[in-house]
Design a protein. Structure first.
Length: 109
């Protein structure tokens, strides 16, 4: 559990959790575009959370799709995100960019 909690002790990782919590999954490219961070930084944080058991990954063609592991350890994530993080403008802005990004992607298809 200690590694799990350590994985959440970073603003960028919390921003990623904010995006993934209500989502079926996002790729590295999706996350880096939405959060406007580099591919290296995105990958580093995703791998850290995967090793800590916070995230899971599945391969979809040539992409790795990351999502939150739904187990008993994550039961506090929703209150953390909904009641704390999303009251902060930065996390709300991330969700707005996610919405715009996913709708732009759907329109492009």
């Amino acid at each position: 559990m200690e590694e799990y909690l350590k994985a959440l002790a970073d603003e960028t990782r919390l921003r990623i959790i904010n995006l993934l919590l209500d989502n079926d999954g996002l790729s590295v490219t999706d996350i880096m575009n939405i959060l406007e961070i580099t591919q290296a930084k995105t990958s580093r944080h995703l791998i850290y959370m995967k090793h800590a058991g916070v995230l899971q990954v599945k391969k979809d063609a040539q992409k790795a799709i990351y999502s939150v592991v739904k187990d008993t350890r994550c039961r506090f994530l929703k209150p953390l995100v909904y009641e704390c993080l999303r009251k902060d403008q930065a996390y709300t802005d991330d969700l707005n960019r996610l919405f715009q990004y996913t709708h732009t992607e759907e329109t492009a298809k």
